[in-house]
Design a protein around this ligand. Structure first.
Ligand SMILES: [Fe+2]
Length: 234
């Protein structure tokens, strides 16, 4: 079994792909994601999708794109909310509505054969130069949710490791460490997968790889050229 990551798919449901205004990398990006995913991911693998899944605004609209993810290879697709996932409403309703092989996480954790997956959205850190006073409430709420999900994960007998999903990177846009990173460092986290970042100048700064025993991976689909990236291999 392998664990793959890809985030910020920014699908458009049945509407036109509005992402093309952000550059040629977004031309037919859904088709490219599907093509690469089918080539890369096996039936028994798990895929982590770290938010900004679809531009849909209601769960009903979003189901078309969620069904696309559900139908792709992989035994389980684990999702967390991104800041553009306005369709993500009541968590219990969401869990009841999505197909069985799509598993939403919201400041909680799930154990799949000894691998514990946990996650939350995260937020722009208050030490980020782009943050302002409006970010304070979201930041503190997401700090609490991160702590809660990691605490739950450690209590779930993570024999083969803890895999954390966040939408926002636990680094500033300049790649400096944040209080989110301090929380992560308090727990035995094997991998931390995140997205949100769409600017090449940020990609250069965001640390990736092994930091204090945790493997960090940026998985924004444009950064990955729409190819799922390997997060863990047993
Ligand atoms: Fe995004």
């Amino acid at each position: 079994m392998k664990i793959w990551g890809i985030s910020d798919t920014h699908f458009s449901g049945s509407r036109e792909n509005g992402m093309v205004v952000h550059g040629p990398i977004w031309l037919e990006h859904k088709e490219q994601i599907v093509k690469h995913w089918q080539k890369t991911v096996n039936r028994d693998d798990i895929v982590l999708i770290c938010g900004d899944i679809t531009w849909s605004t209601t769960l009903k609209q979003a189901m078309q794109d969620i069904q696309t993810l559900s139908g792709l290879p992989g035994s389980t697709k684990i999702i967390v909310r991104g800041n553009h996932d306005h369709w993500w409403g009541d968590y219990n309703e969401l869990c009841r509505t999505v197909p069985e092989n799509v598993m939403p996480l919201s400041a909680n954790a799930v154990n799949i054969d000894g691998h514990v997956f946990c996650g939350t959205m995260g937020w722009l850190s208050l030490n980020d130069p782009c943050s302002d006073s409006l970010d304070s409430n979201f930041f503190h709420k997401e700090m609490d949710r991160l702590e809660k999900s990691l605490k739950l994960a450690t209590e779930m007998d993570p024999k083969h490791g803890i895999h954390l999903l966040m939408h926002f990177p636990p680094f500033t846009t300049g790649g400096i460490h944040t209080p989110f990173l301090d929380v992560i460092a308090e727990y035995p986290v094997t991998t931390c997968t995140f997205g949100h970042s769409h600017f090449p100048e940020e990609w250069e700064n965001i640390p990736q790889g092994n930091i204090n025993g945790t493997i960090f991976r940026l998985t924004s689909t444009d950064f990955l050229k729409h190819k799922p990236v390997l997060i863990w291999e047993g």
